[in-house]
Design a protein around this ligand. Structure first.
Ligand code: FAD
Length: 352
């Protein structure tokens, strides 16, 4: 019998399998099934960290400054201990594959699984249905190669924030090399963003900034911002985005999944019980307040993000968006405009 069957070889599935492959002798075999194992050039992963990841993979980009702006105001933050990183999906998947395929008890199968597989442990990372999304982060990204020289250590995180279509729009720009860029037009709202509009916005941003060059690659997605409870259609233990490991307020999940995989591999090899992932209570509460604002008062969002960026240090902002701890939650709450948070808290008491 298979010891561990992981359905889906995305960030969560491959992270768990590659952590397990670091143990030379496993209690049984590990199978990862995914029909798209060999086509992984369709995404970029970005994350904050206070550890140096610049040598994590070839081509990892590191940014020490990030910008949040609306039409009328711009705030630049500098990270001292924290930096923003970008890695290519392809490089990440190739690194994981190499480690997994070297282990004699680990297998990557190019296949779609149609029903719960039989194994001692089943981990299910099939993407959750959009009917479970509380709110949506939709984006279309365009990578261009151009003849301009860019500063490579500054990321435009949320630039040109504006509210339209009952949601928040902004552009996100990451230099990849000094002559290539990723530009993503993003929408936060309660309905899925319109992908044609988002692509048009990205192209317009390129034109308005007088950038000329060649489109190399596109990426797009609807990512959940908060998930409603599952309706019992999980196969075994839900993980990754399905298991609530992406941050509801930002869609970031990469580092959380990597950290979860390391701990879980250690527990599995030690024969300890494995339970369903639960995000920390404070983080869940904070993120829920933001989702309520997206649902009810999206016009507040540019001011909230700008005030938080202006009133918190770069390191606190980055650490808050990665893992909320009481002290940096307090710093962020006191940095945010009081009205929307108070309204949201009052609403919560009314609902009780
Ligand atoms: C274009 C794009 C850019 C993103 N950028 C970032 C970012 O910058 N930072 C960040 O933190 N997050 C980012 N995300 C979100 C990110 O995808 C998630 O954090 C992460 O990929 C979720 O990992 P996962 O393992 O849960 O799911 P996925 O990586 O989506 O993997 C799920 C896998 O399950 C497979 N699968 C589905 N059904 C079956 C089946 N029946 N049988 C077998 N396999 C199946 C799919 O083929 C897929 O490979 C991005 C997502 C996309 C799509």
């Amino acid at each position: 019998m298979v010891w561990i069957h992981i359905v889906g070889g995305g960030v969560a599935g491959l992270s768990l399998a590659s952590e397990l492959s670091k143990y030379p002798r496993l209690p049984g075999s590990v199978v990862v099934s995914d029909p798209n194992i060999d086509s992984r050039d369709d995404r970029t992963y970005s994350f904050w960290s206070d550890r140096d990841h610049s040598n994590f993979l070839p081509g990892t980009s590191q940014y020490s400054k990030w910008v949040v702006s609306s039409e009328s105001k711009s705030v630049t933050q500098t990270g001292k201990n924290w930096h923003y990183y970008r890695i290519s999906g392809r490089a990440f998947f190739e690194k994981c594959k190499k480690v997994i395929e070297r282990h004699p008890q680990c297998f990557l199968n190019n296949e779609t699984i149609g029903s719960k597989p039989s194994a001692k442990y089943v981990f299910d990372s099939r993407p959750p249905g959009t009917n479970r999304f509380r709110a949506y982060q939709s984006f279309v990204g365009i990578e261009i190669k151009c003849e301009h020289d860019f500063a490579t250590d500054i990321a435009l995180l949320m630039t040109n924030m504006r509210t339209e279509d009952a949601g928040l729009y902004f552009e996100y720009m990451l230099p990849i090399t000094d002559t290539s860029l990723l530009i993503e037009s993003t929408y936060f709202g309660t309905i899925p963003g319109n992908m044609d509009n988002l692509e048009r916005n990205s192209l317009e941003w390129i034109k308005n900034n007088n950038l000329t060059g060649q489109v190399i690659r596109k990426e797009k997605a609807h990512i959940p911002m908060g998930l409603r409870p599952s309706t019992n259609d999980d196969w075994g233990i839900p993980i990754g985005a399905r298991g609530g490991m992406t941050r509801a307020s930002s869609g970031y999940g990469f580092m959380n999944m990597r950290a979860w995989a390391k701990i879980t591999a250690k527990k599995l090899t030690a024969g300890q019980p494995i339970t369903k992932y639960r995000s920390p209570l404070l983080e869940t509460w904070m993120d829920l307040q933001l989702i309520k604002i997206i649902q009810k008062k999206p016009q507040y969002l540019p001011k909230i993000f700008l005030d938080i960026a202006q009133n918190t240090k770069g390191d606190d902002f980055a650490s808050f968006l990665t893992k909320t701890r009481p002290l940096n939650a307090l710093q962020v709450i006191t940095g945010a405009p009081a009205k929307p948070f108070l309204e949201s808290i009052m609403q919560m008491f009314k609902e009780k």
